[in-house]
Design a protein around this ligand. Sequence first.
Ligand SMILES: *Cc1c(COP(=O)(O)O)cnc(C)c1O
Length: 382
Amino acid sequence: MHAARPAYEDGRRPVNPPIVRASTVDFASLAQMEAAMTPGASSAQSFTYGVRGTPTTFALESLITELEGGFGSKLYSSGLEAISAVLLAYLRPGDHLLVVDTVYAPVRHLLTHFLADRGIHFDYYSPRETNLEALIKPETRMIYTESPGSASMELQDIAAIAAIAKSHKNLLVACDNTWSSGYCFRPLEHGVDLSIVAGTKYLGGHSDVLMGSVTATEAAFERLHEASVLLGLAVSADDAALTLRGARTLHIRYPAHAERALQMAEWLESRDEVVGVFYPPLKSSPDHALWQRDFDGAASLFSIELDPQLAAHQHQFIDALQLFGLGASWGGFESLILPCNMPANRSVDDWRGRGPILRLHIGLEDPSDLIDDLSASFAAIG
Ligand SMILES: *Cc1c(COP(=O)(O)O)cnc(C)c1O
């Protein structure tokens, strides 16, 4: 909560870092300019030119580094840009990538429609894969994980994956940590090299800003920083300030979301229309023990599977909802529902023939109002 706050010598300070909008930085002397421009990671937070960052974006980087427990962080204008930066920074033509089958779906499109053409090879692995080692090729340079996985929410043993990677030369592990947002799981402490967070979600927390971050170990940071410089990746001071503002209350909002989500998940489990609830904090989840081992909390994002017989009623069910919004993204104060096309977004695990899968994000509304909303929609299709 107090991370990345400005300090002034006489003790006075604004509560928040000022929003510094800048392209040009006007130096006092050429010597000062030359000193600020030293290449490499040591100058990652040197205020030299707006594209390289401003005191406002540096403050957010520092806050995220403190949350995630890494060496340094870089910011990106969206979560997806953070992911593409990771893939562009560390992979070269001929390299191979192992990607979890539950990856955030746009990453599939990035791989198929952009990186494949540029000589990056990839295979998907099931989040339930028990012999990842067997899938590693001599040219495998990265294992890309996300835990819990998108939509179906399987957890993976991240420490075990990182240990496998460490037994190979030049094999990095990247982890999309948006579900935890650095609050209840810190991938770098489990041996991961690069942790990605869509700050658009819980860090921003109010559905009004796009932000991405990557936090790296010391060994991996230099290349990450270099890629941002080479590609000209930058975020605005205003967006950084909005994300900082959201992050100040993360520790209050995040558990409040989780408490409501667990209540909703348990209620949904009790409904006849629902044949599955995918949420590791539920005692019924096959991942409950792993979640208890690795996580200090939970996000309010989970999915349900409706009775396959209700497939024809999916539109009616969703359109009857009054309080749940229908839309992409999550992590804001408002509850959302989104149908998931599982067969289109899985290459390994077979999801054909299942009931409708709906992803729910539980906001900060009163759970009894959310239950009333869902009950009315169930009644409408019953
Ligand atoms: C939303 C999301 C992203 C992408 O974030 P954007 O800021 O929307 O680009 C990446 N990973 C996960 C798991 C997400 O939910």
